[in-house]
Design a protein around this ligand. Structure first.
Ligand code: MEV
Length: 438
């Protein structure tokens, strides 16, 4: 069957669903029913969600959970998390509780500078371009005044613009490399608007610059766009306590635990195959809060992983040490987040999530997100270096399998009893359900 279509976006929502159902499903009416099952009865709310993107046919649910008891810089937070992976929220909550009795998490924003670039081609004498840039730098700033006025009132704006010569790497390639402070907004629209104005100014001013030859006047802007690599938008999260305070059920010998934990982090520092998984565990926490608060998780992911390879080799984002009987576990990560603008005031659940977090500033949200990532990393390493990860995972997984099979209350009791003594695996759960149902 030819599944191509022209003018899909112009079809009504009903016709789009109809087309999809008929193209891809043997039973189109059943498919339509599934799609519509996830519509919200509140038509206004549904319309709001429909309009977030194009060609919307339905809503895609992800669970939103709460990890309570996060003690951060002396204040308690209940952290909303949106994630599909079972055991992530439970692990965050466990870690939060554990550290709440050991001094809590300390977090600090080190810097919150954002970056944007105008990439352009200039064919001519570099010295002339440099002197042109120095003479017109003030014009770049004055030409963006109408864009920056409100941001400046909030204490943000353009921090600096530099001319960068990249011709060693690519012929005739230069950049305007600009830095920004965007306060409580993530700032993507603000930065991109400034950059597009810089590009316009660059072309206009070059055309009128008397020292340029005709070829030099003809600057070609390739593109103007913010960078999601934000190595100067950094937050630090940390926990520490005396080694003996690490003791609890799972950790009988704190010294051994601390040493093994530090070893696990050391391995992630030098071994990229482990570092990627180690950092993925951190991102379980980071992404879940980033999503719940309506932030751009793709931007965060791209920036964080680039940062993890900033020294030329992909490495652990977190670090751990034992010094003078004190165990310290910390990380510094780049996070470009906003608590105003974007989805933050549009999506009712994002608004709620922010309210649960006591309507944080962007800096406070950076701290909360980094702490959740560190807590998740702690939980993963604690399991990996003690009982192994499968114990907790399979318990949650068991529940998912039982839901999938719509297990009755009695079946659940019988199955839970069986797996008190036996190892959970997908096949063994299925076999047991099937036996019970014979
Ligand atoms: C699973 O989502 C995350 C872990 O693999 C992280 C890690 O290995 O550190 C458990």
């Amino acid at each position: 069957m030819n599944n191509a279509i022209s003018g899909f976006s112009k079809l009504s929502k009903e016709d789009k669903i109809n087309w999809i159902a008929n193209q891809y499903f043997a039973n189109p009416s059943e498919a339509e029913e599934t799609i519509k099952q996830y519509w919200n009865n509140n038509t206004q709310l549904q319309q709001l969600h429909d309009e977030f993107i194009e060609n919307t046919i339905t809503n895609f649910y992800l669970p939103m959970g709460i990890a309570p008891n996060f003690l951060i810089n002396g204040n308690y937070y209940s952290v909303p998390m949106v994630i599909e992976e079972s055991s992530v929220v439970a692990a965050a909550a466990k870690s939060a509780k554990y550290w709440s009795t050991r001094g809590g998490f300390k977090a600090k924003v080190i810097n919150s500078e954002k970056i944007g670039q105008v990439h352009f081609i200039y064919i001519g004498e570099t010295a002339k371009l440099e002197s042109f840039f120095n003479k017109t730098k003030a014009t770049f700033l004055s030409a963006t005044e109408s864009i920056t006025k409100n941001m400046q009132k909030r204490g943000g704006g353009i921090l600096d613009i530099e001319l960068r010569n990249k011709t060693n790497e690519l012929e005739n390639y230069f950049q305007l490399h600009a830095t920004f402070e965007t306060k409580d907004s993530m700032g993507a629209n603000f930065i991109n608007s400034c950059l597009e104005q810089f590009a316009k100014t660059l072309k206009e001013e070059a055309q009128n610059y008397p020292d340029f030859s005709e070829e030099e006047k003809n600057i070609r802007v390739v593109m103007s766009i913010l960078s999601n690599y934000v190595p100067n938008c950094i937050v630090r999260a940390e926990v520490s306590c005396k080694i003996e305070e690490l003791a609890e059920n799972k950790i009988e010998t704190p010294q051994e635990f601390a040493e093994k934990f530090v070893q696990a982090v050391n391995i992630a520092e030098i071994e990229p195959f482990r570092a990627v998984t180690h950092n993925k565990g951190i991102m379980n926490g980071v992404d879940a809060v980033v999503l719940a608060t309506g932030n751009d998780f793709r931007a965060v992911e791209a920036g964080v992983h680039a940062y993890a390879s900033r020294n030329g080799k992909y490495s652990s984002l977190s670090h751990a040490k034992i010094e003078n009987g004190i165990f310290t576990f910390w990380m510094e990560i780049p996070l470009a987040l906003g608590t105003v603008g974007g989805l933050t005031s549009l999506h009712p659940l994002v608004k709620m999530a922010l309210q649960i977090l006591k309507n944080p500033s962007a800096h406070e949200l950076m701290q909360i997100v980094a702490v959740t990532g560190l807590a998740q990393n702690f939980a993963a390493l604690r399991s990996l270096t003690t009982t192994g990860i499968q114990e907790g995972h399979m318990k949650m997984h068991l529940n998912n399998i039982l839901n999938q099979f719509q297990a009755t209350k009695d079946e659940r009791v019988a199955i839970a009893k069986h797996f008190e003594k036996n190892t959970v695996s997908h096949a063994s759960v299925v076999e047991l359900i099937e036996n019970l149902r014979k």
